[in-house]
Design a protein around this ligand. Structure first.
Ligand code: BDR
Ligand code: CA
Length: 346
């Protein structure tokens, strides 16, 4: 794959799969991470920010600014998901206390300033509820023109949800924000429409214990890294490499969560896939659509519907990502993060 320089604004709710995405992005020298902003979702916003700071320090990018924006969704109370990602959002991992501090700037201001300062240069990657992005669009309605590209992990199209029977988590946490974002993109030129990585695609990226073991081996760990369904809850990694140890402790929790939900001892690494889409390291196709986010009907709040055929007669507002290559994406993760973990630390 062609590795072109990419300058990224990342907004996340770290989160095990957000953490993997962040570690992967840090492993890519051609990727400039301009800022990492923190939206409440998997855990509360301040915990997300602590996780982001600690991970960036662990991954050798301590000077990337980390900011917090809104601490609640736009119109509904915040719901978090410790059962999916653990009490701190990072499974069984206990990340080191960060040395750096959260930026004094508000996440929304930071996005708007960065986009205005570098028009047409920045790619936005959103792996969280769209709260901060919706607020940024309110503050600067020209964001669709100012940003080079937008990649969103969220939604579920003609595929069952992971939060309600029809709704995906990020969209369900803040459906009003998602609706505002798609409304803001209605009628934008095709190449500006958000690339949307939804569950029917991201659930195909199934990380299994063998991928973790291969990543640890690539990182030069002295002992094989074993994660298995038979291990006692809370079993911690003893890997000789710190990054591997932390990711392993996150993933063991996340594997078990998926198993408890009948999906097998594996992990859907949604946000990692969205990161690959954002930096162009995995193949995919897109389908242009008009997306509707339901905010009212009680049983359907957070449900996303895509009109791929123009039946509503409304302008498109999204490019829905399809046809991933899971084996390629998983090999990329193993090789990139494994080699990165093996790097000499200064
Ligand atoms: C999304 O929800 C979160 O729990 C994950 O981090 C991912 O962004 C998947 O539905
Ligand atoms: Ca996430």
């Amino acid at each position: 794959m062609d590795r072109r320089p990419v300058s990224l604004l990342l907004d996340c709710d770290t989160g095990v799969d957000d953490a993997l995405a962040l570690a992967y992005l840090c492993s890519q020298p051609q990727v400039e991470i301009v800022a990492v902003t923190s939206t409440p979702g998997n855990v509360a916003a301040d915990q997300v920010a602590l996780n982001n700071l600690a991970l960036l320090e662990l991954c050798g990018r301590p000077s990337v600014p980390v900011a917090v924006g809104s601490r609640t969704p736009l119109s509904v109370p915040l719901v978090t998901t410790p059962e999916t990602h653990g009490p701190q959002g990072v499974g069984y991992a206990q990340l080191p206390v960060p040395q750096g501090a959260v930026s004094a700037s508000d996440a929304v201001e930071l996005w708007v300033e960065a986009a205005r300062a570098r028009p047409g240069e920045l790619t936005a990657l959103l792996t969280a509820p769209l709260t901060n992005f919706a607020l940024a669009l309110r503050a600067e309605p020209r964001l669709p023109e100012l940003l080079k590209n937008v990649v969103i992990m969220g939604g579920s199209y003609y595929y069952q949800g992971n939060t309600t029977p029809t709704a995906e988590w990020n969209t369900h946490v803040d459906p009003h924000a998602a609706a505002e974002v798609f409304a803001a993109y209605s009628g934008q030129p095709e190449e500006k429409l958000p690339l949307v990585c939804a569950l029917e695609t991201t659930e195909r990226i199934e990380m299994r214990p063998e991928h973790l073991a291969a990543l640890a081996a690539r990182a030069g760990c002295t002992e094989p890294e074993v994660a298995s369904a038979g291990q006692a809850n809370g079993t911690r990694s003893r890997a000789s490499n710190e990054l591997v140890r932390q990711l392993s402790d996150m993933l063991r929790f996340y594997f078990a969560f998926h198993q408890q939900h009948g999906q097998g001892y594996l992990a859907h690494i949604h946000d990692y896939f969205a990161a690959c889409v954002a930096i162009g390291t995995t193949p995919f196709r897109t389908r242009t659509a008009t997306v509707h986010v339901e905010t009212e009907a009680p049983r359907l709040v957070g449900t996303t519907v895509a009109d791929f055929r123009g039946l509503w007669g409304e302008p498109p507002n999204a490019r829905v990502v399809a046809d991933p290559e899971p084996e390629q994406a998983l090999a990329e993760l193993v090789n990139a993060v494994g080699a990165f973990a093996a790097r000499p630390r200064t």
